[in-house]
Design a protein around this ligand. Structure first.
Ligand code: GLU
Length: 365
């Protein structure tokens, strides 16, 4: 009796072992995820005597083949501020096309200079209509500097892009072992390595030695759920950001509109206050039919959207139809940083001129 149950146990153990071996064998032979680098330039490539190419960036990462099957292409090789809005459209179309044409492509890593990285990342967040990860990576030290962290950031970017847990999280920004959401992240320091921060909400996750770990999601609308279609956009309308500061002249706003701005974002003081003659400038812009979106220059917090219809009376006075139309075109950025509100407003204006529709977008994205 005892012998028979011992035999049964041995057989059971052998079966479990065989299954486990089969599973681990299957895992070992499954092809690694394919991830493509699209290099645009920036400090991460800015080696003295000649910028690193996409190919050289790939070669700078020891152990990359343990995580991914890498591909690469050179989109540009410039400082981030030199990328034009036409190139933004082109970059987004390229990524959309790559995902459309290649179901096997697990994710994309984009290198960028860090100065305006958060803007490029947010533009992609609003226009790449796939839930496969797009990870934007840069570095604060160039390849000729002792302590260059670019190759490490890039490898982390590849690991994040290859990780199935990164799907559906919107465009991600990876530097300094941290994962931030494109919508939320800001470059907060001119020089330090830990410059990319999400004030108010914190990181989405981290890239540690053992694995990529997420702690939260962005629940706003982005990527696959976006209503913006870069293939239908020929050109982005001019939208300018104007800072509020003590005694600020409103004629800067007037000048922007006279030079063709269809929208103005005010980086307001506190919860959206203006100063000097800016309110006259804003009225000028509204009368010319521009949309004015009020945000905050504080770096976090929100400027709340007006609820309900435009009031018939304001400040004890009955508003004329003209005044009500002006009132309607003055919107709020909610919690979007002014430079990102500008991107959303540019895209919104390619679809509609209806202020209520545009305000809806600021509440959804
Ligand atoms: N920090 C610059 C940027 O944001 C990079 C400088 C360069 O690549 O020349 O693009």
């Amino acid at each position: 009796m005892r012998l028979r149950s011992a035999l049964r146990l041995t057989l059971l153990a052998a079966a479990v072992l065989a299954t486990a071996t089969a599973v681990s064998f299957a895992q070992d032979t499954a092809p690694l995820p394919k991830v493509r680098l699209i290099a645009t330039g920036g400090t991460i490539s800015n080696r003295d005597g000649g910028r690193l190419t996409a190919e050289e960036l790939i070669k700078s990462m020891p152990g990359l083949d343990r995580y991914v099957r890498p591909e690469y292409e050179q989109f540009a090789n410039v400082a981030s501020g030199s990328l034009t809005l036409e190139q933004w459209l082109e970059l987004s179309r390229r990524i959309n096309q790559l995902f459309k044409d290649d179901a096997d492509l697990a994710g994309v890593v984009v290198t960028s200079g860090t100065d305006t990285l958060e803007e490029t990342a947010y533009f992609l967040d609003l226009t790449v209509k796939f839930d496969r990860p797009v990870v934007v990576v840069g570095s604060m030290r160039n390849p000729s500097t002792l302590g260059y962290e670019g190759a490490a950031n890039l490898l982390e970017g590849f690991r994040v892009a290859a990780d199935p847990a990164s799907r559906g999280k919107g465009v991600l920004v990876v530097l300094n072992d941290e994962i931030n959401a494109a919508r939320e992240v800001t470059k907060t320091d001119a020089l330090r390595l830990q410059t990319f921060q999400t004030r108010g909400y914190g990181v989405l996750g981290v890239v540690d030695r053992d694995r990529v770990v997420y702690y939260r999601d962005v629940i706003r609308r982005h990527t696959a759920a976006s209503e913006f279609d870069v293939f239908a956009i020929k050109e982005l309308p001019r939208v300018d950001v104007i800072l509020a500061y003590q005694g600020a002249p409103g004629d800067l706003i007037e000048s922007a509109v006279d030079h063709g701005a269809k929208g103005i974002v005010i980086a307001g003081a506190g919860a959206g206050a203006t100063s000097g003659t800016q309110s006259e400038g804003i009225n000028y812009a509204l009368d010319k039919g521009a949309i004015v979106v009020i945000g905050t220059r504080t770096g976090s917090g929100r400027v709340a959207a007006r609820r309900g219809p435009v009031p018939a009376r304001f400040g004890g006075q009955t508003l004329t139809d003209e005044q009500r139309a002006r009132f309607a075109r003055r919107l709020s950025a909610e919690d979007l940083a002014p430079v990102k509100a500008r991107i959303l407003l540019m895209l919104a204006l390619t679809k509609t001129q209806d202020p209520a529709e545009i305000q809806r977008m600021f509440e959804e994205y």
